[in-house]
Design a protein around this ligand. Structure first.
Ligand SMILES: C[C@H](N)C(=O)N[C@H](CCC(=O)O)C(=O)O
Ligand SMILES: [Mg+2]
Length: 364
């Protein structure tokens, strides 16, 4: 089964409410999608969000990387030689991890279809169901409390609360949310690089002293500040999870070697797809470092690929796969079932997404 064609399109999905972090505010998912067709007529789908503030990737750069570098490098290659195609994908252009992830997931989709199996089973088959958190955007405290209570009413038992914009005011934010949702809801905080190491130690220590029971803190300091992150990790009891600091397997080795964080957040858009994510899983398994699977502002297509990886691997113990829950509509047919906090895998081959509107309209 050979790669015959790679078509590039776009999708637009409005968010239910604006998504706000210490790094940015977004109102819509506006992502690049691709369709790979083989000489046997099989199709595989991929998606990439332009998360410039984290990955450096823009819509234009994703399109250019796929059209001018990746497509000429892999068209004609055999899907059965997945390792060979992946080596080409990762060597034909440096960085551009979102473009690579987009193509990588379409290739894995085809690989699953080639062998008639759901991808999560081919990759390891560890579990059939995942529990995801829901993100609470950083906003005035009363809004965050309202959003947290609403999320719990919708069935979410884990909240990922965005912080990192107003220093020590985050202590009051989390205190108000904890009081409103009670002791049984897990609260994770994600500062998206918004604190200095000193601020992080002060804020997290105060949260601990007030018994706010934070499950973990994600990326307290700047991505490049591994010394600062190690200081935080060593100074507080709250587990620290590296997100923007870990893109590659090499980054994961460095984090583990230096003890800069306790946990690693794997996102396909940082690793360049499942192929790179599997390398981080292997390193994390070797050293017993648990991982979270995360997403950017992705719709069900890309998040389904991440769900397959997470369902496959035991070392991925936490999921932040709320992209589809943040969207106002789901434009796709097929894929795993996203039932608010529960993601249930099924037996559809590959990733399981059956239609992508951008290509239906193109009428190919
Ligand atoms: C959407 C997901 N829950 C999330 O919060 N991801 C962010 C980055 C998302 C973005 O800015 O597109 C994260 O974990 O930092
Ligand atoms: Mg994060």
């Amino acid at each position: 089964m050979r790669i015959k064609e790679i078509e590039i399109g776009e999708i637009f999905v409005p968010l239910a409410t604006p998504f706000k972090t210490a790094l940015r505010t977004v109102e819509n998912v506006e992502d690049i999608v691709i369709r790979i067709t083989t000489d046997t007529g099989e199709v595989g789908y991929g998606e990439a969000p332009p998360t410039a503030v984290i990955t450096g990737d823009t819509k234009g750069s994703v399109v250019c990387a796929i059209r001018d570098f990746i497509r000429p490098a892999i068209v004609g290659m055999e899907i059965e030689n997945l390792d060979g195609v992946m080596q080409k994908l990762h060597s034909c252009i440096q960085k551009n991890t979102s473009a690579k992830a987009c193509v990588d997931m379409a290739l894995y989709d085809l690989y699953g279809k080639r062998y008639g199996a759901p991808l999560y089973r081919l990759l390891g088959g560890y579990r059939r169901e995942l529990e995801t958190d829901l993100t609470i955007s950083v906003n005035p405290i009363d809004e965050m409390v309202r959003d947290s209570v609403d999320a719990v009413k919708r069935g979410y038992r884990i909240l990922k609360t965005k912080v990192g914009k107003e220093g020590a005011k985050d202590i009051e934010r989390i205190a108000a949310i904890r009081e409103a949702v009670g002791p049984d809801v897990k609260i994770r905080v994600d500062a998206n690089q918004g604190w200095t190491a000193k601020e992080a130690v002060h804020i997290l220590t105060a949260m601990e002293d007030r018994g706010l029971d934070i499950e973990l803190c994600e990326q307290p300091v700047k991505a490049h500040d591994l010394n600062g992150m190690r200081t935080v990790t060593q100074s507080v009891a709250t587990p620290i999870l590296a997100d923007e600091s870990v893109f590659s397997a090499e980054d994961a080795v460095e984090i583990i070697r230096t003890g800069a964080a306790d946990l690693i957040n794997i996102k396909l858009m940082k690793t360049g797809g499942i192929y790179g994510a599997l390398k981080i899983c292997a390193i994390a398994e070797t050293y017993g470092v648990e991982c979270m699977i995360g997403c950017m502002l992705e719709s069900k297509l890309a998040v389904s690929a991440a769900a397959h990886l997470a369902a496959a691997k035991g070392i991925i113990t936490r999921a932040d796969l709320d992209g589809p829950s943040l969207c106002k509509i789901d434009p796709f047919k097929g894929g795993p079932d996203f039932l608010e906090n529960r993601i249930v895998m099924n037996d559809l081959p590959g990733i399981g997404i059956q239609t992508v509107p951008a290509f239906k309209e193109a009428g190919k």
